[in-house]
Design a protein around this ligand. Sequence first.
Ligand SMILES: [Zn+2]
Length: 372
Amino acid sequence: MRLATTTTAAFIVCCSAALLVLPTAAQTHTFKYKETNNAYIYEAKPGDFFQFFLGDPQFHFPCVPENTDCKKQCTNSGTVCESRYANKVQVQSIGALTQQLTARGFRPRSIIMNGDLTDFGQDFELSEFKSQWFMDSQLGGMKIYPGLGNHDIQNTVDHKNCKQNECADRMLSFFIDNLERHLKIRPDYQVYQDAAGKWYYGSFAYSWNECSPTNPSQCVHFVQLNNYPSYSRTIEAYPKGRWTVMSALNWLQRDLAQNQQHPVVVNFHRFDTEFSDADRASFRSIISNKSNRVLGVFFAHNHSGYGVRHEEYWCINGRYVPLLYSGSVPGNNYLLVRFTGDYRTISIVESHHVTGSGYTNVYPLQMKTGSC
Ligand SMILES: [Zn+2]
């Protein structure tokens, strides 16, 4: 079947690191382009649109060792300091880059957050996540499309620090409430009520389209599968409710069958050994449907990773499909992707912190293109 549009993607990978004390609005966070070819931002064409990708805000988890600025800022202060620092810096950098892009007429459409919003689904962790990412004026109210990771749900199940599975219950409740209330998206689940209470049952996957503000037919279909595509688990959280998280593979097959008019980007949290070879093969088969065009598979979980994982591409229907780390907050990395009508490149934005000033280095990530 023919695709209705030719939208492809140009990607930037981004990192940031800046100040423990955020600059005031009067101060600026600057970007230093590592290559003279700044095509990525400055040559954006009318009709192009941008998306941020990142993973692992993970309140409260320490910065990666190579995030030396974070480590220096929090010497002897510990994990909470590092987590707050890394998140503040990430918000600051994304906010500043958004301002730059907006000034050129390319306000990014939204932020895709690929899981591990918290370290353990605790109330104080979720509260801090919400206030840092949802209430920070630097992001100008930009929409955030979250996924849940192993730290939000999987790791907390039947753990002594989460009485009656209150942690997973809290995160799943937040997840569906946020999607329905703020993004007007109903993820894939049903609710049953019986004498024992409510039973939430489904894959909790969801999808939506982002389109160019100037060319409404130039869109990308985004899919969020949460932890990993085949993760399944029943979580008893009585008396609040019971959650059955099902594999998202069947849902994905249906969703892609119903959304063939636009190229597709697939998101989830962890692409590691928990995602078995057999399930990977099923997943790959589903996204290889000739009626769909998948542009990339994005995930997170590895805090030191950003960009193409192990230089790995899947050859799907004659095109290279990159497997990409979205970047992480503890590593102060993120991706900025430009979706274009006719080509694909990826650029890396990496930030280096200097005490007293904040700046982010931006450089393009070389991507395999063409046929395979
Ligand atoms: Zn994780």
